[in-house]
Design a protein around this ligand. Sequence first.
Ligand code: ZN
Length: 347
Amino acid sequence: MERGQRCQPLRLDQKHPSNRRHQENQEKTKLKASYYIAIDLGGTQIRAALADQGGRLLARFDQPTQAQTGPEAVLNRIVATVDRVWTDRSQQPVTAAGVSAPGPLNPWTGVVYTAPNLPGWDHYPLKEKLEARLGVPVQLGNDANLGALGELHFGAGQGVSDMIYMTISTGIGGGVICGGKLLLGADGIAGEIGHQIVVAGGPVCSCGNRGCLEALASGRSIARNAINALQQGRHSLITELVNGKLEAVTARIVAQAAAAGDPLSQHLLDEAGYYIGIGIANLLNLFNPRRVVLGGGVTRAGELLFAPIRRAVQTNALPIFTERVEIVPAALGDDVVLYGALALVMT
Ligand SMILES: [Zn+2]
């Protein structure tokens, strides 16, 4: 409303020179206001965006990480990616850059401890290095944690202050929002919700433990379970969809077969949904969120996955927690982490 009032004289006489100056000044104020950079460093892609103070992405660019070239070369590529979106440093003053990185890291010092998909990253001081190269303050966060912040501020978590985000793709990760804030824990590595144990002594997980949610319901696990069943002689539409090549089976193929009515695939999604529901029930009991936001490629299966999830939540969480909680799909798709990096420095 205040802005509208300021603009009123311009509407009366747009062509008056003093009004034009006023408009130009306003433009300058707008340009000088503040911009933000968001960077999503992944094992395969580096994405960067320039955003205005309203959180709108004005420019974006991505290119391959070429992770095998090592941290210093990847740092150069991050800077080069930023250069493509931050084209006018004098007219686009940047307040801060938010960066998402995979793997465990220290969000306060900005040191990446290790990253499974980034060879050679061993206690790499990414925040310090990027600040020196970009000349702006940098904040760093874990990718799944920042996904939670992204959905909270720009996606399906808007309007609530207690929310859990779970991303179900090759692995399972997430973030916990309590009272509007991302839960970091004592060492900044909280929210590893994919490594909660849902079946004691269950299948081996990528972390080395047994029975983690990730070992039972991730995309990788769904594909593995499908392959095992097919190797045991189960008949399924999956075999046709991959032309008999079992190594080509993915969770996406399983979802495709399930949607076409394939009983084995529907059973596999039911089973994954059941374990995800158990995991969510645990999280409801612990954190009492108002909303649970589910993202990641596996959730594209839609109701074939969400229905068993909701059933398992209903039967396994205390009723007082399930009465008012909503379980909803994520809204930001592949941009979720980029928006999270933005939220990290804007909020
Ligand atoms: Zn694990």
